[in-house]
Design a binder for this molecule. Sequence first.
Ligand SMILES: Nc1nc2c(ncn2[C@@H]2O[C@H](COP(=O)(O)OP(=O)(O)OP(=O)(O)O)[C@@H](O)[C@H]2O)c(=O)[nH]1
Ligand SMILES: [Mg+2]
Length: 267
Amino acid sequence: MDASRKPQTEDTPGPEEKARQAAAAVKAANRLPELRLVVLGWRWPGKSLTGNTILGKEEFHLERAAEFCVKRQAEVLERQVTVVDTPGWFSAQDTPPSYKQELVRGASLCSPGPHAFLLVIPVGMFTEVDRQCIEEHVSLFGESVWRHTIVVFTWAEVLRNISIERYIRREGKDLQWVLEKCHRRYFVINNCIFGEHPQVGRLLERVEKMVAAEGGFYNSEEEVVVEEEKKEKAVEENQNREGRELGARPKQSSALSLSKTVEALSN
Ligand SMILES: Nc1nc2c(ncn2[C@@H]2O[C@H](COP(=O)(O)OP(=O)(O)OP(=O)(O)O)[C@@H](O)[C@H]2O)c(=O)[nH]1
Ligand SMILES: [Mg+2]
């Protein structure tokens, strides 16, 4: 036998085991010690119960039509998890400005910014009006909010034997539109299971994967920051090209910021 060749042992990982190890390494690298989550949705889809499922205890009351944000924290799977439950928006009529204002305040309760917005949608008929309401209310946080949003489907037990993928296809363009806005990030939560269950760990990992992919958490001023960076880079490139100082600072971007939204809603 050629002594330079290593003998194959049973311990040598196969391709599947190697892929599993690589995936575990990525999850470990993405892992965050603290996670801040804001739960959003219309009235009564299971926002508060979803918050309870994540925290593993009954922190949020399942009272109808909550009017105020509620913030709760717990240690979950070795992470410090903050969940902000928000008032649901109205579907059949206009949402009062005070509700919108309170909704927007939800993000500021997890300073310096939420890692994820969990947009709770109950499995069932999804209409064009539902899509419009989601667009109107989620956009109160600015366009960048979509980069930090995951759709969380509740009431999934009603699907019985239908897969979530088939349900999404069947519901058509309005639900597809929402999922496209969220870069097709979604998670099916089983709110009937409480406590020890791998689903909460999987959801937290999903959030961590999004944070890694999007390069950080939501920051109401980030559109301003990105715009400023773009302009500063352009000025720098100009300076290099022309070989002289331009001196002028770029103008402030008019991008939406949370404080401006709250101010506008209160007027
Ligand atoms: N079977 C089932 N029941 C659910 C699920 N999610 C929520 N519920 C029930 O639906 C009802 C509403 O849940 P909540 O969590 O209070 O809903 P919400 O979105 O917080 O409601 P508002 O605060 O009034 O907007 C409660 O009776 C929950 O027990 C689910 O996934 N499956
Ligand atoms: Mg509630």
